[in-house]
Unconditional design. Structure first.
Lengths: 131, 131, 131, 131, 131, 131
């Protein structure tokens, strides 16, 4: 499908190619996945997105095995099939076990159902939950 | 606001009151938050939701400090203000630090922006991401 | 809140006022609710929305007590607090009982949770479900 | 696509297989659809989801021909393609006519458009719509 | 996929065919795209949707090159793959350049990320932003 | 409401205060709106968001009076009340007329309704719309 062609290395401009090369170097792989090849039509957004992603997804106060599940959760709630696939693969590559994945889906499902219950009932926020 | 009145202990029926009591016992608090008081109009759903929540949110292969951030992430993506407040409070009660909270918001924001980019470009899923 | 002022009868232009009068006549009430008073800044959209709503929400092959629950369901999933309130009130005015309301919320919650499970797992559609 | 393999009867564990058998028995069919086969990697969630679904979707104060349209509505608003297909098929199997389906889509579309109008205008909820 | 068959001219009833013919005439093309062929099962909704679309999307105080980007933005946020494709094609046909498309995606991504930040923080609306 | 306190100039750290000052300088106003005061708890995200926003929202191939309507459209579809208010105010400050605003809302509503129709029908994308 795609609304743009995925750019090969040959088709990408110099600025985009530099990002592709950085992706390969940082991830220690030859593979550049489709998301970046689609974004390559706009090298400025490609570069800004890749650079921000590295900062945000780096290990910090939260472990990558917290960050990837959160990413999957947001992508699921937003219905982004590409992101669900890429970050489920990423979480597994970083060590997410099948049992952890099962628990993750159970939490996402629990949240989704209480979200609609609270919204349908328009439950007022308790004072103690406010900052 | 609310589309139903929040039921006090006096107004709740026996089945709902038993759930309120269980919430108080399990959480070791006198406080029953508004979500449960709104749900109390339908004791069967109140009971099923409370019981499922305990199973799903219990410590397991994923730590509560993974589960609560995931819950916040889903609630944010779904725009549930009540759930955002209650689970941010819950995550803090379980030890989420301000730095962790900052990182959580950054991951949610990163996911939200790549979600729309992938969706707008309709990027095809890479074969290697498929099971 | 509101991004526009709610127009009173005195402030509304002739075209908007004609819609207000039609709302009062068709609903046999003196009350024009806030949604229409906000829309009145754009009389063409006000008129088109009101006229389409009458066609769509009229009794037909589906009973109003099917249509209103569907409206509540969509409004809940979309997180529209105004619409949740107005159509919950409307459903009650048309005879929705507390028990029916409880079942409605349970179905909405069930759908929301299986929606995220199917999306997170990216379950392929069974051939037999395709037209 | 799918982020997990769909489990055949042979691959499913004993607990998952028992759910498959219950699905076949209750639905009086040999067919177990993909959703359950994907969920079978986590037998506890599979079982909890199937059991809750039976309670929630059973005929009650709301007819199955109210519940299925509500399910389709939520699934549509959440953009769950799998759920849209499976519950449209289910609604038809339970007797939804083409005319009813047409009216259902018209109500969903009406709700979606007024949802965004009310949200964009941030229309305050009328006092009379509050509980 | 589709939950209904796409109707050919031969299969469409007289009322639907008249809309197909109007689409061809207004757009000066022989091609009727899949959306309308799917909607043709319900000629009344087909006609109402087509007629309203012409009014709303016509050049007015906003240029078509404002309206199409807005349409793409909404369709992206709602995760409607069909609409993303058809309106990206439409925007290009009306003159949207690759640079404009790149900027459009950047704005959509910016909005998506600040939307979740504001929602997760539940930032109160400044008085000066209220009407 | 808010899940964090809005930081005053006195409470903000040096890095956050520098961003506040830059906002005041660039916008030529003394006022720093609530969004930035809430984000100030995480100065790194505050700075990254403000800097990216300036790049993305600057006049370019798309006029600010295209970018702001797109921002309103995404914020509406995502149900972000804060963002709807702040960007409606911003669009007006940049010259959006009431007539343009009315047309914008009509396009958003049109898109929302065709989004759900295409999703509920799961209309396959026409080959000619693919890149």
């Amino acid at each position: 499908m795609a609304t743009v062609r995925l750019l090969t290395d040959e088709e990408a401009g110099a600025e985009a190619l530099a990002v592709f090369d950085d992706i390969r170097a940082k991830r220690q792989t030859d593979y550049v996945n489709n998301f970046w090849r689609a974004l390559a039509h706009d090298p400025a957004t490609l570069k800004a997105t890749w650079e921000r992603a590295q900062v945000v997804m780096a290990p910090g106060a939260l472990d990558p095995l917290v960050k990837e599940p959160v990413y999957i959760a947001v992508s699921t709630a937003n219905g982004c099939d590409y992101c669900v696939h890429s970050h489920t693969a990423s979480a597994r590559a970083k060590g997410m076990t099948p049992t952890q994945y099962g628990e993750l889906l159970a939490v996402i499902a629990m949240a989704a159902q209480t979200n609609v219950l609270a919204t349908a009932l328009s439950v007022p926020v308790d004072d103690r939950f406010k900052a």
